[in-house]
Unconditional design. Structure first.
Length: 266
């Protein structure tokens, strides 16, 4: 089994959403099959139809399609000793309503697809499931900076606003896996959630519950969801997410890319 990075999970902002869950679980080593089976009822997620979600090794499952198996049986294929799948399972514990909503979205869209053509809503759902970053924000100017790729304002000029008027929460399990050994170039796909200024005074557990509810409600109405509706954010620019955040770091346009100009037809 891979080593369990307890200190990293306890200190890195990448894994902030996992902390309440991991504290309740009290794990000190990489979870095995018995660990997933023994989840407490308080953490056991459920599908949209109410089935308890079970995390099971693929070798024990049949060939049914991944999302369909979750919806009809509550079974999530989880490879042993695999960080990618472990973070996916943990995301189910942290974001139970949103993960169930993502599964329901896939099922709705699969029923509409013709001739095996996968739609853009499913592409966007998968992109967010893998690389999603939830951004809670109470300031319209910071929201504008995100959409305008105004990284100087978002990360430097308004650095003190992080944690006070804006906060980032990792959602995607591939994004969380990258947090084990971050590297220049990591980009999260943002789902922006508008909150009131006093929202940032809530306990972490209450913040996560509120975000989970809001995300699930949005995904339930996401028939028009498109990958382009998830703005990119270079996560290493978030204050505290990378150790060397000096002027030269932020000046690297290979990572902090400006917004592409809109070319209008002549």
């Amino acid at each position: 089994m891979p080593p369990w990075p307890h200190t990293l999970f306890s200190t890195s902002p990448w894994f902030l959403p996992l902390r309440p869950c991991l504290q309740e679980l009290g794990w000190h080593s990489f979870p095995d099959a018995a660990s997933w089976q023994a989840l407490p009822d308080t953490l056991r997620p459920r599908t949209r139809s109410g089935l308890p979600v079970q995390f099971i090794a693929p070798a024990l499952l049949d060939a049914q399609a991944y999302e369909l198996r979750i919806a009809t049986r509550g079974e999530v294929a989880t490879r042993p000793a695999n960080w990618h799948d472990a973070f996916n399972a943990l995301s189910w514990l942290v974001w139970p309503q949103s993960k169930a909503a993502l599964n329901a979205l896939h099922l709705r869209e699969m029923a509409r697809e013709s001739q095996g053509q996968r739609g853009r809503s499913r592409d966007a759902a998968t992109l967010f499931d893998e690389s999603g970053l939830v951004l809670a924000c109470a300031d319209a100017r910071l929201q504008a900076a995100l959409f305008d790729h105004d990284w100087t304002t978002l990360f430097q000029t308004r650095a003190a606003s992080w944690g006070e008027q804006i906060a980032a929460f990792s959602f995607g399990h591939a994004l969380q896996e990258k947090g084990l050994a971050p590297f220049i170039g990591i980009v999260g796909k943002v789902m922006l959630v508008e909150v009131a200024p006093d929202w940032f005074q809530l306990p972490l557990e209450a913040q996560l519950h509120d975000l989970d509810q809001q995300l699930a409600a949005r995904l339930d109405q996401a028939e028009a969801l498109d990958p382009r509706s998830l703005p990119p954010l270079p996560v290493l620019g978030i204050p505290g997410w990378w150790p060397q955040q000096d002027a030269a770091f932020y000046a690297d346009t290979r990572h902090f890319r400006p917004r592409r100009p809109v070319v209008h037809p002549g």
